[in-house]
Design a protein around this ligand. Structure first.
Ligand SMILES: Nc1ncnc2c1ncn2[C@@H]1O[C@H](COP(=O)(O)OP(=O)(O)O)[C@@H](O)[C@H]1O
Ligand SMILES: [Mg+2]
Length: 379
């Protein structure tokens, strides 16, 4: 049996763990993040945790938000600016008392937090930038650190790292802003050599934002321009004809190996109508079914779980990740690693754990416990 390192001492005299739940943010997934936060605020055990809800506006300001899930639900929530901003003092000695600073007034201490729970998706939240800020502040936080977050966000480097570990990824091309502007013909050639259809994607986005499926060379340029609205760097992938299988990973305690859930499957009710795009993911009438466990041969399910754990370790993930695959009937290919997967009570990640014996509130407990066990700083 592996022994877990002793958790950090409590910041709260009541013996409750003080958790700053951080959500919203600057990415296109602002409202999705708010919906996740609503789910967590409803489910987190108030006997164990003292919760400080902190919203990040689309402009990047941190503000204190009412501890009320209702206005955060529905998929259209927006964190608005306030007179006072929440500041994160940097340096090891602070570790970390948040401060509420109103313009022209004496800053007010919000007290120390034991753990930050960053429920942010996309750039400036899931990509290592927020994680870097928290590292500088010497505060523990849930989920992957700077490197794994950055690699997981970038569909180009994610493939480089996975392939470097001998893990299966599909054929792809990268279009940098420089290539596009100086040698568009070469960029288009690299796309054509993949065959059609292709998927044209912003390198660092999420929730399918800016992604197009393209069937003809003459439509590639428009798709690249669309993807560039989200990210100057674009990744183009050969279309893979396969089932979409997802597997949830949770870090092990102490030196134990990562734990994997039963695999699940995203089944579109009408695959001919498109792919798993933003509307499909978040419209209330989502025309899809999440099947968990996925109906897979035993050896394929085992392979998916093994690859999910390998991908988690290849990127150096911490806490949680959801690893997404295509299963073609003969091979299992990794599509992507999400270091902050959808985490509403209705999302695939919690569903997969529920089907594997861990409820949503227990999952929140696990994530906070894992974050408290680990050291701040290099580890
Ligand atoms: N190479 C591909 N082949 C087939 N379908 C793809 C491919 N890439 C993406 N898709 C479809 O587009 C969806 C979104 O792409 P994904 O890379 O997962 O982006 P995001 O990070 O926004 O979720 C996938 O779930 C899948 O339905
Ligand atoms: Mg995806």
């Amino acid at each position: 049996m592996s022994t877990a390192p002793a958790p950090a001492p409590f910041a709260d005299a009541s013996g409750k763990v003080r958790v700053a739940v951080v959500f919203g943010g600057r990415s296109g997934e602002h409202a999705v993040s708010c919906a996740t936060a609503a789910g967590v605020l409803r489910a987190i055990d108030r006997e164990k945790y003292d919760v400080l809800p902190v919203g990040i506006t689309r402009a990047g300001e941190w503000v204190l938000v009412a501890d009320d899930p209702a206005p955060l639900e529905g998929g259209r929530a927006e964190i608005t600016a306030a007179d006072a901003q929440v500041l994160v003092p940097l340096g090891d000695s602070s570790s970390t008392g948040l401060v509420l600073a109103a313009k022209g007034e004496v800053p007010q201490e919000l007290g120390k937090v034991d753990v930050v729970l960053p429920l942010l998706h996309g750039p400036f939240g899931e990509d290592g930038t927020l994680q870097g800020l928290l590292e500088m502040a010497g505060v523990r936080y849930v989920g992957s650190g700077v490197l794994a977050s950055a690699v997981g966000m970038d569909k180009h480097y994610m493939k480089v790292v996975l392939a470097g570990h001998g893990l299966p990824v599909g054929p792809y091309a990268v279009i940098s802003p420089r290539t596009w502007h100086t040698d568009k013909a070469r960029a288009l050639d690299s796309v054509a050599s993949l065959g059609f259809p292709v998927f044209v994607k912003p390198a660092r986005a999420g929730s399918s934002l800016g992604i197009s499926k393209v069937d003809r060379l003459e439509d590639v340029e428009a798709a690249v321009v669309e993807a560039q609205r989200h990210d100057p760097k674009v990744v183009v992938e050969a279309g893979i004809d396969g089932r979409e299988i997802e597997c949830a990973v949770l870090e092990g305690h102490g030196h134990a190996a990562p734990r994997t859930s039963v695999p699940g499957e995203i089944v579109l009710d009408d695959p001919a109508s498109g792919f798993y795009d933003y509307e499909t993911k978040y419209l209330d009438t989502a025309p899809l079914t999440m099947v968990a466990p996925a109906d897979l041969p035993e050896d394929v399910a085992a392979k998916v779980r093994g690859l999910a754990a390998d991908a988690f370790e290849a990127l150096g993930c911490e806490g949680l990740a959801r690893v997404d695959f295509f299963y073609t009937g003969t091979s299992v290919i990794i599509n992507e690693v999400n270091t902050m997967p959808g985490f509403t009570p209705f999302s695939m990640y919690p569903l997969l754990w529920e089907k594997s014996g861990l409820s949503y509130p227990e999952l929140i407990d696990e994530l906070i416990a894992l974050a408290r066990e680990r050291d701040a700083g290099l580890r």
